[in-house]
Design a protein around this ligand. Structure first.
Ligand code: ADP
Length: 359
């Protein structure tokens, strides 16, 4: 008994991790580290002033309550939130909650100060935003100079340099795309990616994107099947970006299978676009991760493809902002289908319902 009490004391007095014990909403015990982190005293604790609901930043309360509910079925839950300290300042923390008894609720929270990590994240985001801006300017100038040089040489009738110049232009375009994606990612992080709201004819948009991508690829055949006969409310350019990315991935990650199918199907209120390739496929354990920022597949043959793992992250964000969803079905060695679903504009749904009735 004494030994286990001593062990518990050593744990409780850890100077790295804050620990508190909760009964209902009340904190009934806490170690010195937790009190120091949040600015409360042991007298405050004894007087019952520490209530985890009041101490949780209002915008994090729903997530914290959810974690408490999840503890009914799971032994431990780890999540991030901010505490409101005694002096009103905020403390970002990583919490690991462990349940002792579910009814009435008794649990222990292990709390790690997350300030340094968040500061590092913020600095990384600032750096990305700065770097992409800084890279964009010289690249724009380089592109312009290349075009001028091309025209100059053509006027003088010098054609030897043309192949080299066009290879340089391809590389510049590739860099432009990466920098544009970097800028988009940092705007998404800062919540500054803006969207136009216009009526978008999805059939026309898909046709246009498929034709553009077809012109750029001599190796693959893109076939569009089905039609929505409906429109979306959204940002045409951003939606184009989504399908350019999906098609460009389909081309890239299916180097030996030339057929790419775009299939459109609709229900009364939604439209689903499937982009199918017959290429490398995506292992099960990667199918969720590929939508995360900067995630790239492990497969070395995929890694050899230039890219920074931003395309699907940006696409998923754009789709989300249009009220839609994206998911992938895949089989390694057989290919992948990305399914994108959007809600249609109300008038398009009404027209569809009328048409179905009349049939
Ligand atoms: P990038 O292509 O620059 O790596 P993306 O965000 O577009 O970035 O894709 C993330 C990862 O998802 C890729 O690195 C690749 O491993 C995987 N992936 C995406 N599309 C496909 C596809 N059609 N087939 C197989 N793997 C894919």
């Amino acid at each position: 008994m004494r030994q286990s009490q001593e062990r518990a004391n050593v744990l409780m007095n850890s100077s790295l991790i804050g620990i508190n014990v909760i009964e209902g909403e009340q904190m009934v015990d806490a170690n010195d580290t937790f009190l120091r982190m949040t600015g409360y005293t042991r007298e405050d604790l004894r007087a019952g002033c520490l209530n985890w609901v009041h101490m949780t930043a209002p915008e994090d309360l729903a997530r914290a309550r959810q974690a408490h509910q999840d503890l009914a079925t799971q032994q431990a839950i780890t999540y991030e939130k901010e505490y409101v300290c005694k002096d009103g300042s905020r403390l970002p923390v990583l919490v690991c909650g462990v349940v002792l008894t579910p009814h009435p609720f008794q649990g222990i929270a292990f709390v790690l100060d997350n300030t340094a990590r968040q500061e590092l994240e913020r600095r990384k985001d600032d750096f990305l935003s700065m770097a992409s801006h800084e890279l964009k300017t010289p690249l724009t100038s380089l592109k312009l100079q290349l075009q001028l040089l091309g025209k100059h040489l053509a006027r003088q009738g010098i054609s030897d340099a043309a192949p080299a110049l066009s290879r340089m232009e391809v590389q510049v375009k590739q860099m432009e795309r990466l920098i544009r994606e970097l800028l988009d990612v940092s705007k998404i992080q800062a919540g500054r990616l803006e969207y136009a709201r216009e009526t978008v004819n999805l059939d026309a948009l898909l046709q246009e994107v498929a034709e553009t991508m077809q012109q750029m690829s001599a190796t693959h055949t893109i076939v569009v099947g089905g039609a929505t006969s409906g429109s979306l409310s959204g940002d045409k350019d951003r939606l184009e970006q989504v399908f350019i990315n999906l098609l460009s991935n389909a081309i890239t990650y299916a180097p030996d299978a030339s057929l790419i199918e775009v299939e459109v199907s609709r229900s009364v209120e939604t439209v689903t676009i499937g982009v199918r390739d017959h290429g490398m496929g995506i292992p099960k354990e990667e199918r969720e991760k590929i939508f995360e920022r900067f995630y790239r597949g492990f497969d070395p043959s995929k890694r050899a493809v230039p890219g920074l793992g931003m395309g699907l992250y940006i696409a998923a964000e754009i789709i989300k902002q249009h009220g839609g969803t994206i998911m992938v079905e895949s089989e390694v060695g057989k290919g992948s289908t990305f399914h994108v679903t959007f809600p249609l504009k109300r008038d398009a749904c009404e027209a569809y319902k009328r048409k179905k009735k009349n049939l």
